[in-house]
Write a protein that binds this ligand. Sequence first.
Ligand SMILES: Nc1nc2c(ncn2[C@@H]2O[C@H](COP(=O)(O)OP(=O)(O)OP(=O)(O)O)[C@@H](O)[C@H]2O)c(=O)[nH]1
Ligand SMILES: [Zn+2]
Length: 199
Amino acid sequence: MSVTPLRVTRKRPRPDLPAAEQAAAALLTALGVDLGSDSLADTPGRMARAYAELLTPREFRLTTFDNDEGYDELVMARSIPIRSVCEHHLLPFVGVAHVGYLPGDRILGLSKLARVVELFANGPQVQERLTKQIADWLTLHLQPTGVGVVIEAEHLCMTLRGVQAVGARTITSTLLGTLREDPRSRAEFFTLAGISPRT
Ligand SMILES: Nc1nc2c(ncn2[C@@H]2O[C@H](COP(=O)(O)OP(=O)(O)OP(=O)(O)O)[C@@H](O)[C@H]2O)c(=O)[nH]1
Ligand SMILES: [Zn+2]
């Protein structure tokens, strides 16, 4: 049975680019940056557009299919590139997400796993919330029997500045349903994610 795909988006006011550009110019000037040179003249506009891109969720069509064959093993997308900005410093955190689910009646178009990651990554975030939002969203829209999300990321606010813990990576995970409750499924998920199983 085919179902009309749902348009997936997250409500957020449209960026006001002229206002953002003005604010960026004021910020840079206040920080002592001279915007007089040719190559810096357009920097406030570039900053405004760059942040608008990083902070604005990109909508997509939620395409699912009947699970005709009753496939009930893990579907796993590993090493989905992820980039977001930490809501404390507005500096990027970058890494990979591993997202898996145990299908119920429907399976998800594979690219949508990466699109969901991007949907929640675009905006001011903390890694813990991002991890949980992806898992909760998949549970709500797909009604699988289990969901697992692992994110491994480098936070530039922690490696470039401040404590400068170069090379430190933060790992967060959310497991729901069978993947949380059944030790065998849980271990399989972490193995497929490339992480040593936990007890
Ligand atoms: N839990 C969590 N903390 C984060 C995340 N991203 C950034 N942070 C932390 O947010 C905290 C903000 O702490 P503050 O003490 O207010 O900021 P700060 O003075 O710039 O702190 P330092 O980074 O230690 O110099 C820092 O410890 C960051 O490492 C995240 O995704 N999750
Ligand atoms: Zn930060």
